[in-house]
Design a protein around this ligand. Structure first.
Ligand code: COA
Ligand code: AMP
Length: 624
């Protein structure tokens, strides 16, 4: 039992109003909220604020303009750029002026399709300053996915870079933007391209602008003031995989987000003004939004923006080098990154050589952290390694050990305890709470804590569905159980979402793509275990009679998923099989496919339509 945590959690549930009103004091409001929660209007609904002001201006105004705000450490370009809060204010002001020149107003959407460079952070904060709603799209998504987001968000402006750098490869972004705009029905008025030295982009369309030239042209413009926004006004839309082919646009509101993130930095991560903090994620994901950009800046810390990979840029020592170089105090990464490092440096020679500097704790999230990986990291780093759990929908951790409250309890295989603000339950199919040790649906009692989503962009009915399964509860889509000591163990998803190298993807969406390919009669895509990425998608395809060889069809299916969804989908294996295993009612037995492909012992389920099918599939998988 940890008393500080227990007190905080109890109060957050029993005195929600008092707990979150106190937490809201960490934010500078234009009009302070008179109350925390309102059933009809949400969190801090009568408060007004500006998130970018809280991230930058107020620190400069309080005399911390010379403190370091942002460090861009880029082993892939062998460069390191640093910005103080005063410099960040200047840069963000410049981009805000550029956006105003292009006609961007409060409430307009701006899509940001950019890699891990400082300009991406400036762009996000410039939107926040104006009250424009940004939507960052991860660079690993293909043009069609970008087009879907363009059509849903209907942005006035799209901000891009000429290229991204993936390890030693340069990925041209502008052709993908052009293709996405060709595919989209919505017309974007302006595309602004930040040209990188590694590869320039051709700016040929009348809508294209060069970032540097536009910045120069706006040099004399007044810096636009911070817009005064309602706490419930949207700060950003972040699309994530749902169970259909259409991505879900998670809407993040300004007020609850600022309060929750500031609370988490002080009480979970133990980070305050001047502390270097590093979340080794990508700004295209929720971790990047919350813990590379907004949370560290909200509390006046120094954030590290790392443009590289855990391995190969240049070696598996890169994390420890960046950590020690910048005096990182708390570090956040995904288990998959640690597994990748361990594979290349099993004895952690580089970790022992370089050390971890001032780092006091390592946090892991994004997928289940296997106990073996945690044990390896704790042993070699000598630091506590805290697994914690959250989702794009929530925006910040909901299960964790609150390190900064002195809670260091951890149990391999568990993500920790409910974070203050979140009341969890584990329910059976009829909605009854299950006892410790029994697995069921992991749900959270409504209302969700500040910062969590309160709608989906253009799809309020889709939002309501998250609460439809169990009355009064938000369904996380995860399955798990409490243990006898109250640790919450997350075991996997109850739907078709899989986590590939910490990236959330829908196998249902991949199935839709595969099924549309010529010659495919039917298909199934499942998540197979992978030693590094945690899971990888594997397709099973039944072909219509035709002349094409299996190998040619496999290559076509793999190329289609990569082309339509993006490289990040990482579908590299497709098996051509005679039939899929199905129940007599026609339901594909995906668990059976998973068991076979994972090389585990399988049995023929009694409900199967054709008992010969599993053995035939196993023969294909095992190459017999
Ligand atoms: N732009 C363009 N392409 C991208 C991209 C981007 N931003 N990010 C990834 N890709 C591409 C990769 O180049 C790769 O392409 P390939 O199939 O041609 O090699 C593909 O998408 C898959 O990428 P990834 O999943 O990153 O695999 P990887 O083999 O390159 O690297 C890891 C493996 C484990 C090192 C890497 O996935 C990793 O660091 N994961 C941690 C993820 C993370 O931090 N998630 C946040 C949750 S907290
Ligand atoms: P995302 O929205 O991309 O953050 O993905 C959220 C999903 O990732 C969750 O619903 C879980 O399935 C999984 N996940 C995230 N963190 C953890 C964790 N610490 N342990 C187990 N699963 C996790």
């Amino acid at each position: 039992m940890n008393e500080a945590y227990q007190r905080a959690w109890q109060r957050s549930i029993q005195d929600r109003e008092g707990f979150w009103s106190d937490a809201a004091q960490a934010i500078d409001w234009c009009a302070p909220p008179q109350r925390a929660w309102d059933d009809a209007r949400g969190w801090f609904a009568d408060g007004t604020l500006n998130t970018a002001f809280n991230c930058i201006d107020r620190h400069v105004a309080s005399g911390r303009g010379q403190a370091l705000a942002l460090i861009h450490d880029s082993p892939v370009t062998e460069s390191c750029r640093q910005y103080t809060y005063a410099q960040l204010l200047d840069e963000v002001g410049r981009v805000a002026a550029m956006l105003v020149r292009l006609g961007v107003c409060k409430g307009d959407r701006v899509i940001i399709y950019m890699p891990m460079i400082p300009e991406t952070v400036f762009a996000m904060l410039a939107c926040a300053r104006l009250g424009a709603v940004h939507s960052v799209v991860f660079g690993g998504f293909a043009p069609l996915e970008l087009a879907k987001r363009i059509d849903d968000a209907t942005p006035r402006v799209l901000l891009a870079a000429s290229c991204g750098i993936e390890g030693s490869r340069i990925i041209p972004y502008k052709p993908m933007v052009d293709e996405a705009l060709r595919l989209a029905s919505h017309g974007v008025e302006h595309v602004v391209v930040c040209q990188r030295n590694q590869l320039g982009a051709e700016l040929s369309a009348p809508r294209d602008h060069d970032w540097a030239a536009l910045r120069r042209a706006c040099a004399g413009d007044a810096v636009p003031p911070c817009a005064q926004l309602a706490a419930t006004d949207p700060l950003y839309i972040l699309y994530t995989s749902g169970t259909t082919g259409t991505p879900k646009g998670i809407v993040r509101e300004n007020g609850g987000h600022a309060v929750a993130l500031a609370w988490s930095m002080a009480n979970i991560y133990g980070i305050g003004p001047g502390d270097p903090f590093w979340a080794a994620s990508d700004v295209g994901w929720v971790v990047g939004h919350s813990y590379i950009v907004y949370a560290p800046l909200l509390v006046g810390a120094t954030t590290v923006l790392f443009e590289g990979k855990p391995v190969g840029t240049p070696d598996p020592g890169t994390f420890w080098r960046v950590m020690t170089r910048h005096g990182v105090k708390s570090f956040f990464t995904a288990p998959t990154a640690i597994r990748a490092i361990r594979k290349e440096d099993p004895e952690a020679t580089l970790l022992h050589e370089i050390g971890t500097g001032d780092c006091r704790v390592i946090f892991l999230a994004g997928e289940r952290a296997d106990p073996d990986t945690i044990a390896w990291l704790e042993k070699h780093s000598g630091l506590p390694v805290i697994d914690h759990w959250w989702q794009t929908e929530l925006g910040w951790p909901a299960i964790a050990s609150c390190f900064a409250l002195g809670d260091l309890r951890r149990r391999p295989g568990s993500a920790g305890f409910p974070v203050p603000g979140y009341e969890f339950a584990v329910l059976d199919e009829s909605g009854h709470a299950l006892p410790a040790g029994e697995s069921g649906a992991v749900v959270i009692k409504a209302p969700l804590a500040p910062g969590a989503f309160r709608t989906l962009w253009n799809n309020p009915a889709g939002y309501d569905k998250n609460f439809a399964g169990f009355s009064g509860y938000y369904e996380t889509g995860d399955a798990g159980h409490f243990d006898a000591d109250g640790f919450l163990n997350i075991m996997g998803r109850t739907d078709d979402i899989i986590n590939v190298a910490g990236h959330r993807l829908s196998t249902g969406q991949m199935e839709q793509i595969v099924a549309q390919q010529d010659g495919v009669a039917e298909c199934a895509v499942i998540g197979a275990d992978d030693a590094i990425k945690g899971m990888i998608p594997v397709a099973f395809v039944v072909v219509r009679a035709g002349a094409e060889t299996d190998a040619a069809l496999q290559a076509r299916v793999i190329a289609a998923v990569r082309g339509e969804l993006g490289a990040v989908a990482a579908l590299k294996t497709a098996f051509v099989v005679g039939a899929l295993p199905k129940t007599r009612s026609g339901k594909i037995l995906r668990n059976l496919l998973r068991t076979i492909v994972n090389g585990q012992d399988w049995v023929v389920p009694p409900t199967i339509e054709d008992p010969a099918v599993p053995a035939a599939i196993a023969a294909v998988v095992n190459g017999n």
